[in-house]
Ligand binder design. Sequence first.
Ligand code: FES
Length: 609
Amino acid sequence: MSAVEELPEQPHPDRVRLRFLQVGEDHAVKEARVPAGTTIFDAASWNGVAIDSTCGGHGTCKKCKVKVIAGGAPVTAVDPRAFSTEELRNGWRLACRAATHEDLTIEVPPLQTRPKAALVGVGRHVILRPAVQKRYLELDEPTLEDQTSDVERVLAAMDDVEPRVPLELVRTLGRTLRESDWRVTAVLVDDVLIDVEPGDTSGRRHAIAFDLGTTTVVATLLDLETGQPKAVRSILNAQQPFGADVISRISATMLDETALGTLRRHAHETLAQLTDEVCDEGGVDPSEVYEVVVTGNVTMIQLALGIDPEPLSMAPFTIAARRLPEARASDFGLHVHERAPAVLFPALGAYVGPDIVAGILATGLTLDRRVRLFIDVGTNSEIVLGSSAKALATAAPAGPAFEAAQIRCGMRAADGAIEGVKIVDGEVQLTVIGDVEPVGLCGSGLVDAVAELVGAGMLDRSGRFVLEASERFAKIGEENVFYLTDDVYLSQRDVRELQFAKASIATGWTILCRELGIDPSEVSQVLLGGSFGSYLTPASAVKIGLVPRLPLARIVAAGNVAGEGAKIAALSVTERAAANAVLEEVEYVELSGRTDFNDLFIDQLGFPG
Ligand code: FES
């Protein structure tokens, strides 16, 4: 390896190419392209190259030793503590400190320990590297000959980490040490010693991942030893009385100055109730939850933290901060460990928020070479297109058709909702949630009904009913309707609502394809996410033109990707860094004001069939 000072001056590229030579793994070679500035450690982890570590990339364990054999990586302040001058000259570096500024070839020594991994997100294999770590310590009692202070005694027993010590901990440390006969467990979260517990509790460490949705809030209690969930619960957001969507909740804060406080309290109550429920079910004391991860759309996060959401609702739609300052679980009203931090995701914009960044993490969209399209279908639909080379995101205002609020017989996806429709030889076959009498139509049922009517020739490509094609057509007042049952029908206006919604989304991905310079047929996978998108029938989504016309195997339901992203962030600090990097890696494309928007939108209104 040549020392960095010997290299010619080069402009910093946006992306660098890394070659990993895995010593021992049959000398396996892996290549990766990552944004310049990414550490070798993160780049390796994102690309499935395992590097030793017990500190999770915090620069304290000095186990992540790699050898840079081509290209230069500057020596950092920590390197001389881990290597001799000779080793440094030979290219040895701590991978978690070494930023990549040019193309490198890196030799990775074999692992001393096998990292544990968990399968999370959309088939993602995540190597466990939680920020929460525990160390069982057996300390020597002080004597007149050894008057080392309590704090120093604890820190000296963990010579591979150099954590910060909060004052609150020092208040109780002396008593804890003495009452536990100097047998204690240190609890570290990132670089902070958040607690010293009596006895050996090293096998018990937990985190909770929350998806704070506008309608539903989901909590997953995670065992950080195994990476497995111990309990999952969901309940309705207690902010519901203030309106079903974000705009009505923001409006409430603008009309009544006490509403922000009330909405905040409702969010806290919802999160607290879920915490009680998952801890009860998992048999875990809330004080052994040392970290929480909270994701949600920008409005939900700002309301829960008591940040005025008004600027989100009007042009130019500004958010309080793309990266919010450090927060604690107590800022969300949570009674877990009193010093547990709350991990938040960044936001790309007012309508491409932390939930979408979490979704990008869960799908691994920015880590994969394939060009993939992720659509979170809802009143405001977020669309992300790209690969590890380049990714773009936008938000398309789809209107309330999918939430069924504007649909004559619309209802939420609950018992009695028609969620699937088939028309075979003119006969209507329905799938109803809960196997009860159908009472309404939820979003996926609406999409199915329209797709099937188009397929059966009962709805033309422009979206008009072909009245002579079925006896199920009738008139209610001035409006034509198609009866699915004696009581549940689809109206011509419902079809129009859906046309506007899907045209808005299709215009969004069409524009992103143009910006990326690809044809929609080149998309290798479409991931439909969110509480609505996950239930869509891929064939129907293609038939109505909501997604590009691709083989059905390429269209997959991605589930609650925001919640999965929150779990991944709780399990791995490396993945958390990848989520933070989304701000630099994904470019936001604004649809409003584009000259090509209207023409494309009109093109997309029809049904391809
Ligand atoms: S020092 Fe621990 S991972 Fe680098």
